[in-house]
Write a protein that binds this ligand. Structure first.
Ligand code: ADP
Ligand code: MG
Length: 379
């Protein structure tokens, strides 16, 4: 990577390398922006940025994925507007850092990533967090503040009203552990997963155009549900505060009611999944994954034909405990819990079935829980 950096920018003097992982969310979908619970793991798939100071006052960023170089005056970063371009992610982060007192220094950045873009494995947070580390260049910042800053960059500058999960786990991820996050208190605990199982993400290779607008709509629908519930129950500030009994008592109308039911039941499933994991009840864990998928499909309506097909196909393979869509939905990946010995046969059968139905080859990623973001030692 340093050779590539030298070729691109003419010199690699002062280069430092920073890495931030993507993630797969095991359970707790669309709950983070409702102040609820999530259980993601940081992946080995990661975004890596090589960065060195520039002498000409410029900030230059090159993305290998996008095969594109962008350039600004470092002094101008604070006044830039959204461009509707991939560079909004790092620039949004630089702008938030500048506002927090970490002025943007002239620099050259090379971005390399093994996280597939727009597939629900959070290439966006991997880019934000690795960019933040590259801009900070060792200047100290509290990790939770850093996660919130990166989320703020995505919400305010990119314009995506996302929750905190992706940035949080990219920073706090740990090898061999899932991270149970309380998205209201912003506390986490590490969850050891039982031995004898693996998680495999399958990429449907589609991303329907609806994804962004539907996400915003769901955020609004949840706010509307909270508004109604608040009139009935004092102290309800988010769907996190609502019990299944309260929801039944109110009988919210049609769509709003189903959205709320997904979030309320999904929060409960996260807790139950962690309990089942602690007691090594693999069958119960698998069942909760499938219930989560059905809830996302019928109540939250963020699945699609490709994801439903991948889940159903997975469940017919021997050695599979459960499967669900993961990430925002409308394409991207599923995550499947299975016996490690079943992986080769699973890949073969799923690839064949999916290719036959949708005429594209799915991609597979083994989800080995990995460490969170940090600097990569350069020899
Ligand atoms: P996800 O986070 O699930 O991968 P998003 O839609 O949230 O999907 O983020 C994907 C977007 O992030 C891409 O469309 C692109 O703008 C930006 N992005 C991610 N990785 C890179 C990269 N390596 N280079 C440039 N842009 C990237
Ligand atoms: Mg994203």
């Amino acid at each position: 990577m340093i050779d590539s950096f030298r070729t691109l920018f003419g010199s690699a003097d002062g280069v430092r390398v920073f890495r931030a992982p993507g993630r797969v969310n095991l359970i707790g979908e669309h709950t983070d922006y409702n102040m609820g619970f999530v259980l993601p793991v940081a992946l080995q798939l990661a975004t890596t940025i090589a960065a060195a100071p520039a002498r000409d006052g410029k900030l230059r960023i090159y993305s290998e994925h996008q095969r594109e170089m962008r350039e600004w005056n470092a002094a101008e970063i604070g006044c830039l507007e959204r461009a509707g371009h991939w560079s909004d992610y790092p620039i949004g982060v630089a702008r938030e850092l500048a506002r927090a007192g970490y002025a943007t220094r002239p620099a050259n950045l090379l971005i390399r990533s093994s996280v597939p873009e727009g597939s629900g494995l959070s290439s966006s947070a991997a880019l934000e967090v690795s960019a933040a580390l590259a801009f900070l260049r060792g200047r100290a910042m509290d990790p939770l503040d850093l996660a919130r800053l990166c989320q703020r960059a995505e919400v305010t500058f990119v314009g995506m009203p996302c929750g905190i999960m992706d940035q949080y786990v990219s920073i706090f991820g740990r090898a061999n552990s899932a991270v149970a996050i309380d998205c209201r208190s912003l506390e986490h605990r590490y969850v050891d997963l039982p031995s004898g199982i693996a998680f495999l993400a399958v990429n449907s290779m589609v991303k329907h155009a609806l994804a962004g607008s539907a996400y915003r709509k769901r955020v609004e629908e949840c706010a509307a549900a909270v508004e109604r519930l608040r009139q009935r129950f004092a102290g309800v500030e988010s769907l996190r505060d609502v019990t299944p009994q309260q929801l039944d008592a109110v009988e919210l109308p049609g769509v709003i009611g189903r959205r709320a039911r997904h979030v309320v039941t999904e929060n409960a499933r996260v807790e139950r999944f962690i309990e089942a994991s602690a007691s090594g009840d693999l069958a119960a864990m698998g069942k909760l994954l499938v219930e989560s998928h059905r809830s996302l499909r019928y109540d939250y309506e963020v699945s699609c034909a490709e994801l439903d097909f991948l889940v159903d196909a997975a469940l017919s393979v021997e050695g599979v405990y459960g499967s669900r869509m993961t990430g925002g939905g409308f394409g991207g990946c599923t995550v499947t819990m299975l016996s490690p010995t079943a992986i080769p046969r699973f890949r073969e059968e799923i690839a064949r079935a999916y290719q036959c139905e949708f005429h594209v080859a799915p991609a597979f990623y083994e989800c080995q829980p990995s460490a969170g973001a940090g600097e990569f030692p350069v020899a």
